[in-house]
Write a protein that binds this ligand. Structure first.
Ligand code: DON
Length: 557
């Protein structure tokens, strides 16, 4: 399609109302965190693009319209299933720069220096998103790369209307963003933002145009690379041109396992997501969760006990397989999981301090975002991407128009030290130059009888895995559809700290009492996850369930 035709179609589409929250589409669908990005994806799908073309368009559009987590300054994971059932995964996770070292966040006494791994230029890993999108397009794309970036460029130059939620967030963050870099695009409105204001990001538009013209070199080399390194040099940053030039995403086989009649296809390490999700499902498989009931004490008990065992394994065994031996296949092996399952005592909460990671004999040798896409050919894409915290490190690259990630905090910066999400780690996830920090991102595709059934994933740090787990159980075991499942309130246990985190009113008073009797501590917290689900229905249509916890939206045709 010619460039001018594409942009004309796009502008035409902009005059249409943004799609409703939940909908069912006959042919193709996108579910993501912002209606403007969902529209960009729909346009690509409607014009013959496949799910991978749409993923590229949605990714760059989110980088403009959803700066909380949409990004070019971060990284992520892509899980793919084509219409024939072949699967593939791309790891475009950030890497530690070559000057990174194991003690970089510790003082002379070996103590962790608070917030350096979150709030400073040292917090950033080398971004992977741009090369990730270029690679996905190279392998699977069909429309010209340049055209796919047009919606993002359009939103950046012309501006887009911010939502009420975005206005409130930008007002709340204004001071922090100003202190970290007064030259940022989010401070243009001295009177504060309100819903419907246009956010224009000219420098970001120029950066995305450079990427449209030169591909990965438009980011990792030339002007953008110069601007990133100049930003690093303003303070203590260590990312250098060489780091940017050396960045490469990695194609990996997906990790898969069965759950009842379903096949779970997800992301292998350096995500812990796929391993942990399959472990959770296999551990609970023999228990009759359906008869125990949705959000009943008995089913919450079994799910939380499984979560404790799995997060203990995560903490010890998982890291970047390029650097440490990760026993991923052993961890999801039925024999191993049987031993773990046997540790569960139904009706009882085993204190977390009594739970350890499993022993494996090794052979020698808040913020993220998810988008789910299906095209008219039946190809499915599940991508989770992040700059870690909401608005990343909140450090803006002067002149280049985007925020840097604070993904270095996902490393275990000292054994036993809890990260932003309260997760602890060990040697397997220690910092090393070029290494990828362990992630919980769990982009997943589920098959039923060999056919596509679900595409789902979520942000939420440590709660990502349990949010995906709970939705799969809601749909497969409790028979809810995607929309009902996503509306169900969520709970989460991550072994340490030893308590169940719940959304407000997730547990009925009587349920709460019974769980406390079993020995659980319970703490109410802010909403858990923002899950984006597409469910293939028996008539072949696609039910879309964007999470109502945010401004998330579906679009399609
Ligand atoms: O990769 C990870 O596990 C984290 N950096 C994800 C962060 C996240 O989900 C924040 N969102 N609320």
């Amino acid at each position: 399609m010619r460039f001018s035709v594409f942009i004309a179609l796009f502008i035409l589409c902009l005059s249409q109302a943004f799609s409703q929250k939940s909908e069912t589409f006959k042919n193709a669908a996108v579910v993501c965190a912002h209606p403007a990005a969902a529209l960009a994806g729909k346009l690509v799908l409607e014009n013959g693009g496949n799910a991978c073309d749409a993923a590229v368009a949605v990714h760059f559009a989110l980088a403009v319209v959803y700066p909380n987590a949409g990004n070019i300054g971060g990284g992520g994971f892509f899980v793919y299933r084509d219409y024939k059932g072949n699967t593939d995964a791309l790891d475009f996770r950030e890497t530690a720069p070559k000057k990174a070292h194991v003690q970089m966040f510790l003082n002379e006494k070996g103590e962790v220096m608070e917030n350096i791994s979150l709030d400073t230029h040292l917090a950033s890993g080398v971004p992977g998103s741009v090369d990730g999108m270029v690679e996905i397009h190279k392998k699977y794309g069909t429309l010209p790369f340049q055209n796919l970036l047009l919606p993002a460029i359009y939103y950046a130059y012309k501006g887009f209307a911010i939502t009420a939620r975005q206005a409130a967030e930008l007002n709340e963050l204004a001071e922090e963003l100003r202190i970290k870099n007064p030259n940022n695009a989010y401070l243009r409105n001295p009177n504060g933002w309100k819903q419907g204001d246009l956010l224009v990001q000219t420098d970001l538009g120029k950066t995305i145009e450079r990427i449209a013209n030169a591909g990965a070199a438009g980011f990792y080399e030339g002007e953008t690379a110069t601007l990133i390194v100049a930003e690093m040099k303003r303070t203590n940053g260590i990312i250098e041109k060489e780091d940017l030039k050396a960045y490469k995403p990695i194609w990996r086989p997906t990790i898969s396992g069965s759950y009842k009649n379903y096949k779970i296809i997800s992301m292998p390490p350096p995500s812990s997501g796929g391993v942990a999700l399959i472990q959770l499902l296999k551990i609970v498989e023999p228990f009759d969760l359906k008869n125990s009931g949705l959000l009943s004490p008995a089913s919450i008990n079994i799910m939380c006990e499984a979560e404790k065992l799995v997060y203990a394994d995560r903490s010890f065994h998982l890291g970047d397989p390029g650097f440490v031996n990760v026993p991923a296949q052993i961890l999801i092996n039925e024999g191993y999981l049987k031993l773990r399952r046997n540790l569960i005592i139904p009706g009882k909460a085993i204190p977390s301090e009594k739970i350890q990671h499993g022993n494996i004999q090794m052979p020698e040798s808040e913020e993220t975002t998810h988008y789910s896409i299906v095209d008219q050919y039946g190809n499915a894409v599940s991508v989770t991407t992040t700059i870690n915290d909401s608005y990343g490190s909140k450090i803006f690259v002067t002149g280049a128009g985007f925020l840097l990630n604070n993904e270095m905090d996902d490393f275990s910066i000292k054994p036993g030290h809890a990260n932003l999400f309260g997760l602890t780690g060990s040697h397997a996830n220690a910092i090393a130059p070029g290494k990828r920090m362990l992630s919980s991102m769990t982009p997943t595709i589920v098959e039923k009888n060999g056919d596509l059934f679900l595409i789902l994933g979520s942000p939420g740090g440590s709660t990502i895995i349990t949010s995906v787990f709970q939705n799969i159980v809601n749909i497969i075991d409790h028979g809810l559809n995607a929309i009902e499942s996503n509306q169900t309130l969520r709970f989460h246990h991550q072994w340490l700290p030893d308590k169940i985190f719940i959304e407000e009113n997730a547990f009925a008073p009587q349920v709460q009492k019974e769980l406390q009797k079993m020995g659980y501590g319970i703490e109410v917290r802010k909403p858990i996850g923002r899950v984006e689900i597409i469910q293939k229905m028996s008539d072949g249509s696609y039910m879309c369930a964007p999470d109502g916890r945010g401004d998330d939206a579906a679009n399609g045709f």
